[in-house]
Design a protein around this ligand. Structure first.
Ligand SMILES: N[C@@H](CCC(=O)N[C@@H](CS)C(=O)NCC(=O)O)C(=O)O
Length: 227
């Protein structure tokens, strides 16, 4: 399999974790990314494969796929062991909903923090205007943490056993922490789950690669990974 990925692409990294968790070998092609130009110029292979021009793109033989969730669902169908989704239809649907919650609902709030890794002067008026919007988003993000925290009553993982929902939610929580968002202090079950997942080899490898990419590509973020 070949995966077009980005060094600081949350959704590509989500797919990488799933591939590692399933023990599937893959060739990774890192598309160019910078904090000032984003993904421009775009990789021609990605443009050809995905009408949205986005990574991740997965190629498995004669099949080309884009969108991290579509890719995870394909991996589950084609390579079912170890499972990343519950077998029970209602549990499976609930797991998909949590994946969507992380990928879409949480992202739409913490997008407001993303300017923090771009190069800036502390008194840059554009940066300060973006910071005002980030501060407005932070209570919403803390609310998302509280919602996830409630999911853990009597469970170690979001859907009972480890699943795709854990991967998606972890990436969202990790991205918020990386961007100096709300701490996990008020959400102890979420904090304990976050530590547990960070220690899994698939997660530890991807986290280390993202931190290395940040050292090379990103501005330092005040309050990143605070307790
Ligand atoms: N819903 C898509 C989102 C993919 C996405 O937003 N990819 C970003 C990188 S994380 C990208 O390629 N952005 C470049 C662009 O939108 O032009 C997924 O889950 O894969």
């Amino acid at each position: 399999m070949k995966l077009y990925s980005g060094p600081l692409s949350l959704f590509s990294r989500k797919v990488e974790i799933a591939l590692h968790e399933k023990g599937l070998p893959f060739e990774r092609v890192q598309v160019p990314f910078s904090q000032t130009r984003g993904y421009h110029p775009k990789d021609p292979a990605v443009l050809a494969a995905n009408p949205k021009g986005q990574v991740p793109v997965l190629i498995d033989g004669d099949l080309t796929l884009y969108d991290s969730t579509v890719i995870l669902e394909y991996l589950e169908d084609a390579y079912p062991v170890p499972a990343l989704y519950p077998q029970n239809p209602k549990e499976r649907a609930r797991c998909r909903l949590l994946d969507l919650f992380a990928d879409e609902v949480m992202l739409s709030a913490f997008r407001a923090l993303m300017h923090r890794t771009e190069p800036h002067a502390a008194d840059d008026p554009r940066f300060l205007a973006n910071e005002a919007k980030a501060k407005e988003a932070e209570p919403l993000i803390a609310g998302h943490f509280a919602k996830l925290n409630e999911e853990f009553s009597g469970k170690s993982f979001l859907c009972g056993a480890f699943s795709a929902a854990d991967i998606a939610a972890f990436m969202a929580v990790f991205w918020v922490r990386r961007l100096g968002g709300p701490s996990l202090k008020a959400t102890p079950a979420l904090a304990a789950w976050y530590v547990r997942l960070s220690e899994r080899p698939a997660f530890a490898q991807v986290i280390e690669e993202i931190l290395q990419a940040d050292r090379e590509l990103s501005a330092p973020v005040e309050g990143a990974f605070r307790d």
